[in-house]
Every structure is written in structure tokens, then in C-alpha cells.
Design a protein around this ligand. Sequence first.
Ligand code: BES
Ligand code: MN
Ligand code: MN
Length: 464
Amino acid sequence: MQDPSDYIQQHKERFLNELINLLKIPSVSADSAHSQDVINTAEAVAAALSEAGCDEVEVCETSGYPIVYGEKIIGADLPTVLVYGHYDVQPPDPLELWDTPPFEPVIKETELHPEGAIFARGACDDKGQMYMHVKALEYMVRNNDLPCNVKFMIEGEEEVGSPSLVTFVKENREKLKNDIILISDTGMIAADVPSITTGLRGLSYVEVAVTGPNRDLHSGLYGGAVANPINILAKMIASLHDENNHITIPGFYDKVHELSEEERQAMAEAPFSLEAYKKHLDISAVYGEKGYTTNERNSIRPTLDVNGIWGGYTGEGAKTVIPSKAYAKISMRLVPDQDWHEITELFTRHFISIAPDGVKVEVTPHHGGQAYVTPIDHIGYRAASEAYETTFGKTPIPQRSGGSIPIVSLFEQELDSKTILMGFGLDSDAIHSPNEHYGIRNYLKGIETIPYFYSAFTRMKESE
Ligand code: BES
Ligand code: MN
Ligand code: MN
């Protein structure tokens, strides 16, 4: 195949401007106030796919937000790559912590991105990374360099647990038939250290409510005599970890796949500076499960974290009150071979069992998914590795990530295909945080690397 870099340089400004326009639409799937924006983004993605060279493009209605499907089929006997991505974004809150408004993209230089980075919600997760695939397709189609068939499936509900995609995949197995699934929605070790994500954690997300008295009470008249749901909730949550930071839910670790010493050794060889990690987060020490390194804690070990906690009076000044209710949102990151339904069940049973008399506890499951791993001897992995080697001049390092894309394990189950996670984001890109950004160099490198994957994968598949 030809080298895409000249084409990319020539069209760089347009590639950036198109992404900037997509980032201006606040496609926040969690917030119904933005529902029209989410729908408009689906239309914009569909138009971009047509423009880039897809022959068939559909905005598929679901019971939630639409799924954008596009394809370019050039030969029935050729391999097919299915690209998955998402056009929805996380809520931008807290707004006051953004240096520039989240939906008014700007390019700024940073220490890690001397060539500039685009600052906007969704810049890296996942509009920027998803759009690399659209532009890579444009390059391949316009330069007669598309070696195989391609299908796109871009959803608008990833950040809320992909509720409609499950049905869509089950109902469209034939349409979505492929030889490999390709996703850019993860990260890499550093801008000059390419890596391929070989694993994702699973997830169980629940909301808990603790109810005490039937109404808010004067904390002087009743304080000390009835259970305060916030005090109780805090105590219950604190008891979910022991002094070694192991999770105390009975049965929680029963199915956890332990890594061999060799696998742990290999993980430890990936470049990582604990000092830089702490400095970047402005913390004096890391914290976590005893017996595991930081990189193990955040990828191969399961966790339990409170994502939000509320109740009582949080307005200005003081109000003396014992609230009737307290709430928390809790996520558990899971690893192979934990089953998320089973973990949700174990959590629920345990959490209810530790409630003292005098309060009622409710657990409401939100969403979840299974963990996922890609073996490094799979041809999809080998093709990706070759692609990175060509554009970075280095062999990429396999790395398991702590994040979750719950739908990936469903793809394996329903479509019987493996997923290759070619992520180009950096951990410092602040996804889900204020000031999310995506390096221009990462964006362009992604567009350059993707066509090499197509070419290597087609060659390897045909000689299989
Ligand atoms: N792209 C992320 C997941 C991710 C990021 C994986 C970086 C690996 C490295 C995805 O959009 C995401 O945020 N997933 C959610 C789960 C979802 C069900 C809301 C997550 O991991 O919290
Ligand atoms: Mn994402
Ligand atoms: Mn995300």
C-alpha cells in the first residue's frame, strides 16, 4: 500500500475542522435536555460516512438513540472489518472547572502535546478517535487503497451502558457479519510508546438508597436517638474494604482469574514511572489493594468505588437536620472470569445484610458488562502490531486497560468475532473530566496507522 502521510498532511486542516464541527454538538446521552443534539450528531456522523466513501449509510432508529451504520463492500470474497465507535459524550460537569467551554473546541499546546491538542468534551472519548476511522476510510477510498470490505457501527449510548445496541446486534447478526472488529476508544502508554489494549475490565454499576425516618428531622431534637442514614451509609460503604483494601463482599473474588508470575513479570516491564504518575495527579502516595502494583491494581484486579454520594443539606450555610434518605452510586470494575450479573447479586445481598436495624436499604442495578481479553497471537493483534511498527517505528506493547467497553464481550458472544483495540489517547487526556483534550499528533497518527491495519489484516487473513 501507499504511504498515507502525504494525503494526511495535505488535508490536515480540513480533518481538524471537521472534527471541531462534530465536537461543537453537545451529544450528552445521559442528559435528556440534549436529546436533539444527540440525534443531530447521529445525522452528522451519517453524512460524514457518506462523504468519506460509504455506499450504504443508515441512521437506524432504536428505542433509544440511533445507531449509525455505514458500509463499503468491494468484494464478497474479501475480509470485512467492522468499526465500532460512539458519538455520544459524557456530561461536561463540573462546568466551572473547564478553562474553555466544553462545546467550543479550541486548540492549545500542552507539555505532552507540543503540537497542540483539541480541547472539548468528546475530543478523545470518542468523537476524535472514532473520526480517525472515517478519515482513514476517506484516504483509502480516494487513493484506491481500500483492500477489503468495511462496515461502521457508531452508537450514541455508549456512555450510558449501550442499552439499545444489545438488541441491535442480536437482530442484525447477518448485516454485522465480519472478520474482525476494530475500535479506537482506549489509550496508549505514551505519545512515542505505542501500545495495543488487550483487555478491558467488566463493570457492575449500582445505586443504593438508605432510608431512615419518614421525614427529615431536627438534629437536636432527634439526634442520637434515631439512625442517621448518611452516617449509616458512610459506615456501610467503609466496611466494603478491609485494612488491606480487599473487597469484603463474600464470594467477590471467587472467579477472579489470577495471572501467572510470567504474565505479571511481562506487565511489570512496560514503561511506567510511579513518581511521574503521582506528580501528574498531585498526590503524595498511591493507594490500593495490598500485594499488587499500581498497574495491576488498575487493570487486572477488580475494584469497588463510590462515584457519587448525596443526602441531607448541601446548600449554603448550615441547616441542622437528620435526613430521611442518603444515596450513593457505586461501580465495581470486574476482571475475567467474574460475571457481572452474579457480582451485582452478591453486592445486593451483602449490602442489604449489613444494614443495621432502623434503616431500609434499596439497591438498584444500573448497567454492566463482562471483561474482555484479546490474545496476542490472534491475526488481528498481529496486523495491528505491524501497523504500529510501520508508523511509529516501534513494536507496540500489549497492555490491559482498566476501563470498560461492555459491548465488546457481547460482540464476541453474538457475532463470534474478536475485537482489536487500537487506542490513541493518553491517560492525561482527561476523558470524563474537565478540559478533556486529544493531541493533534495522536489524531493524525491514528489516521495514518489505521490503513496499515487494513492492509496487513487483509494479507494475513487471505493467507490463513
Ligand atoms: N472509552 C471509554 C472506556 C475506556 C477508556 C477504556 C480508556 C479504556 C481506556 C468508554 O467510553 C467509557 O467511558 N466506558 C465506561 C463504561 C460505560 C458503560 C459507561 C467506563 O469505563 O466507565
Ligand atoms: Mn469511549
Ligand atoms: Mn467514556
